[in-house]
Design a protein around this ligand. Sequence first.
Ligand SMILES: Cc1ncc(COP(=O)(O)O)c(C=O)c1O
Length: 453
Amino acid sequence: MARSTSAPMPDQLWRPLTQHQNLAGKPSHFMTEAKGCYVTDQGGKSYLDTLAGLWCVNVGYGRQELADVAQAQMSKLPYLNPTLTAEPTSTFANTLQDLLGFKGHVYFSASGSEANETAFKIARQHHLQSGKSGQRRFKIISRYRAYHGNTMGALAATGQGERKIGYEPGPPGFVHVMPPYPYRAHPKLTLEEHGEECAHQLEETIIYEGSDTVAAVIMEPIISGGGVLIPPDNYLPRVREICDRYGVVLIFDEVVSGFGRTGSLFGHMHWDTLPDIITFAKGLASGYMPIGATVAREEIFDSFLGEAGDLSHFRQVNTFGGHPVATAVGQKAVEITLEEDLAGNARGVGEYLRGQFQSVIGDNDHVGDIRGMGLLNAVELVEDKDSRTPLNEAGVTGLIAHAFENGVILGRNGNTIPGRCNILLISPPLILDRGDADKIVEAVAAGLGAIRN
Ligand SMILES: Cc1ncc(COP(=O)(O)O)c(C=O)c1O
């Protein structure tokens, strides 16, 4: 239906994570195009997008080659029933397999939430069929502060109170433990002792729950949206040992940390620790198409083999899983990531960014901690350095609004932990250069200057 261009646009859009009452009467603010690390609004103002969309546009905006691949695939085979096989889908599965340090099979879906739901179901069915335990293992252990998605199972695994209020109870069988959080660890513990203590708590939790009831542990190698929590070096290897000791499947959620974000191709590579199942989305096709993937080790895949007609196969289908356009674009996006060594750029520019933060705002009393790996970075805001009390809500939102006015989009751990949404998150496209890193630092410094004490 044609709309008169002079009439005001009705706005029926229900936006995520948005308090709509505050928008009443405000005209819609449209973003209309994007290039590199910048998005541009309808008035022609450009914004440096330090969140890469939502942690996903790793190769940057405006890559014509990705649009070309999508167009060619749409013209040739725009969709296929996923129980049949499209060539780009099979090719992309093989590419992912080649990049990982273990042999496995790839199940495609359309988002990170679905990728994690899929991992939980695979883990449970694997235990049922592998015959290693007399009891049905169904519990999933995850960590406070982590985000694993918005569907009921992935939300149940999520350890962020504010994302769940009003939507619980979720499905039973989800248990949480504390993650390493060096900035807020007990001051008497060394970093290594803190890592050991958190791993010990995980082991105790498995024992207390009854190890024969625990199907899987899921964790992001680095908690991302929950505040960029980087574990001590001993933590993930200890988690691996513990999962092996109790026969628990270890799932790494690399929806954010996959494909170069942390300065290596996958987050777990920093600690030389392999999972049994790994999940991807977001940067998998660099945000150009919706896609998720769950890769299970071959031993797990093998437990699904059986005779035709029995029920040992994976009885799930995702209408948009393995979408030929999404996988064709994903293949190209991964090729670009590798060819341009975007992980290397993330490493170098990330280090520069943290160095600049340290020298420009490190002494500010509202800056509690500056941390990150590659281009996954955070500035933890506090009332003052001594108390470490999280900075008040008005201070955090005021800083972000100030930066937005000045053309820099900043993120934070919004609606995560009640009273603790005080962490700025900086996760830009992996093509970021030093000049744009300086702009981010300037915007945060100016925003800090605008906080009323
Ligand atoms: C670590 C992690 N896992 C899973 C998800 C869920 O992904 P999606 O929003 O594509 O469902 C997210 C989304 O932010 C995430 O950050």
